[in-house]
Write a protein that binds this ligand. Structure first.
Ligand code: ZN
Ligand code: ZN
Length: 93
């Protein structure tokens, strides 16, 4: 009822901004919530597992490794691979 009244006096752009701001306020106060890492994607979700697939941008991420989801690897395998890659780079330098 309240939002309906607001909509009458606000432009659609203002109303969207108002809604975004309300959501941001809620998330700031909650440590278990996180934003989708995709730039410009406003999807917020609860951090209950490492694997996260976004409903807005359809991307998948590993929240533990902070990268796009490593399809057929575990987090440990992925991290080991990164260390190995770094070693090879060092040798070339
Ligand atoms: Zn997203
Ligand atoms: Zn991972």
């Amino acid at each position: 009822m309240f939002e309906k009244d607001l909509k009458k006096i606000m432009t659609e752009e203002m109303f969207n901004l108002y809604q975004t701001m309300s959501v941001t306020k809620v998330i700031d106060g909650c440590d278990d919530l996180s934003w989708c890492p995709t730039p410009g994607c406003k999807y917020a979700f609860e951090k209950d597992q490492n694997r996260f697939s976004c409903f807005l941008c359809y991307k998948e991420y590993c929240l533990d490794c902070r990268v796009e989801w490593h399809q057929d690897k575990t987090c440990l395998e992925w991290k080991t691979e990164q260390v190995n890659n770094r070693d090879e780079t060092d040798l070339i330098d």
